[in-house]
Design a protein around this ligand. Structure first.
Ligand SMILES: NC(=O)c1ccc[n+]([C@@H]2O[C@H](COP(=O)([O-])OP(=O)(O)OC[C@H]3O[C@@H](n4cnc5c(N)ncnc54)[C@H](OP(=O)(O)O)[C@@H]3O)[C@@H](O)[C@H]2O)c1
Length: 286
């Protein structure tokens, strides 16, 4: 089974490339732009995969709100282009999606059976992408949340929440973090392994929730980062309203759970492994 990964330089993409090994085709924006169907098809015909994994997205949430046209061009029409090519070349499609397809009105975890109701342009564009992906006969729509991995998120300037907190610990005396936004942190290497398992098991096509086990507020997450690194920074609570920034609504509760796969290890255990990878940060607080 030959795998092609689009978005291979990104936070999740780099981990997928490690998990699938040197035999996979690692493609990024300089090789293919999912908005350009002709070049995209040519590139995929050249590398001849049987499974295509798409991590590419425009996922800076405030930027998507300001520029919904670009959000839809990448997150929805880009996936339509992938759908067309998968149908024409008979490929399976693994498409990465998000917890932001939900509205956060629940207070117990969202499963694959819950009905999405996105609140912002990013979430709407990603949900549209999911619908296109689901038109490929063998498809896996994999929803992640709060992704963290050593590469950091390219769309967020090479950073992620853990890196931001480590940076705050290095440079500030105190930091205020939301205590009423709850999610399921997802360690990129664990997500990559689970995605390979879903593909290799020949799992039934459909939507899959892939996160580390457990849930936390961003404040709890920050507290655990500072506890594990021994950082002396003062951590304050911040209470958010759903309307966080002008015109942008964010869901306050997007904890995910899978009804289809066994739980992954806890987010705390995964964070411990991640922090030991971020050894520069570790040394700082030893
Ligand atoms: N990060 C999170 O917290 C989070 C949470 C839930 C779900 N997700 C989803 O998880 C996926 C991966 O996230 P990530 O943090 O690994 O993303 P990332 O680090 O931003 O990586 C995405 C990669 O795709 C490339 N790309 C962007 N637009 C492209 C296009 N039009 N054609 C081809 N390649 C393009 C980017 O290149 P450039 O850098 O040059 O643009 C980048 O290398 C996304 O689908 C996202 O929606 C992320």
């Amino acid at each position: 089974m030959k795998i092609a990964i689009i978005g291979a330089r990104g936070q999740l993409g780099q981990e997928l490339v490690k998990v699938f090994g040197p035999g996979c085709a690692a493609l990024d924006i300089e090789d293919v732009d999912i908005r350009e169907p002709v070049g995209l098809r040519r590139a995929l015909e050249r590398c001849g995969p049987s499974v295509l994994i798409n991590t590419a997205a425009y996922h800076n949430v405030p930027e998507c709100e300001k520029d919904p046209g670009r959000a839809f061009a990448v997150n929805a029409i880009g996936v339509k282009n992938l759908r067309d090519i998968c149908l024409a070349l008979d490929l399976a499609l693994v498409h990465i999606s998000t917890d932001y397809v939900f509205d956060g009105q629940k207070s117990v975890p969202y499963t694959e059976e819950d009905v999405p109701n996105p609140l912002n342009a990013y979430g709407v564009s990603k949900l549209a992408g999911e619908f296109f992906a689901r038109q490929v006969p063998i498809h896996y729509v994999v929803r992640l949340a709060g992704l963290f991995g050593v590469a950091g998120s390219a769309a967020k300037g090479g950073t992620n929440f853990v890196k931001l907190m480590l940076e705050a610990a290095r440079t500030k005396d105190r930091v205020a973090v939301s205590s009423n936004i709850f999610s399921s942190p997802t360690y990129a290497p664990d997500a990559a392994v689970r995605i390979r398992e879903i593909i290799e098991a020949g799992s039934p096509p459909g939507v899959y929730h892939v996160t580390n086990d457990g849930a936390c507020s961003w404040h709890d997450f920050a507290a655990e980062i500072f506890r594990r690194t021994g950082a002396a920074i003062k951590l304050d609570e911040r209470i958010e309203t759903p309307e966080l920034e002008s015109g942008l609504r964010r869901p306050l509760y997007t904890v995910l759970r899978s009804l289809k796969t066994r739980p992954m290890r806890s987010w705390q255990e995964a964070l411990g492994e991640y922090l030991s990878e971020e050894d520069a940060a570790f040394k700082k607080f030893e």
